[in-house]
Ligand binder design. Structure first.
Ligand code: FES
Length: 129
């Protein structure tokens, strides 16, 4: 998927992130739910010392419900599509046919985690912004 850049926003700081405690935020605009997770194990495209910090659109690619992080995976409560956060949120179960758009992250000198681009199109939109 093409990577589309948007103004960077601060999502959190590596010093306060806890393994497996998701941070919900909005990106690239206030209506676009997104989720950031420190997985505690390396992930495809992960940032940070352990390459374990990832972020995705939290809008399910099946019909747009909000995806949650549970038991190490991203799960949609509507029809139980499941996405693997260690593999760029590809679908491994359920009705969704594509993975969740990935949000590109950068870590600043002071440990702030910045979201600055998105790969893929948010469900239900013809443009992300
Ligand atoms: Fe997520 Fe149907 S909306 S599985």
């Amino acid at each position: 998927a093409p990577s589309l850049s948007y103004p960077a926003i601060r999502v959190g700081n590596i010093r306060t992130l806890q393994n497996n405690q998701p941070l919900y935020f909005a990106y690239p605009d206030s209506r676009a739910q997104a989720i950031l997770i420190k997985l505690g194990r390396p992930a495809l495209g992960g940032v940070g010392q352990n390459r374990d910090i990832v972020a995705f659109s939290a809008t399910c690619t099946h019909m747009g419900c909000g995806v949650q992080y549970k038991g190490g995976r991203l799960v949609c409560p509507c029809h139980y599509s499941m996405f693997d956060p260690t593999k760029a949120a590809q679908v491994y179960q359920g009705l969704a046919s594509t993975g969740l758009p990935r949000i590109r992250l950068r870590i600043a000198q002071n440990g702030d985690i910045l979201a600055n681009a998105m790969e893929g199109l948010i469900w239900g939109r013809t443009k992300n912004v």
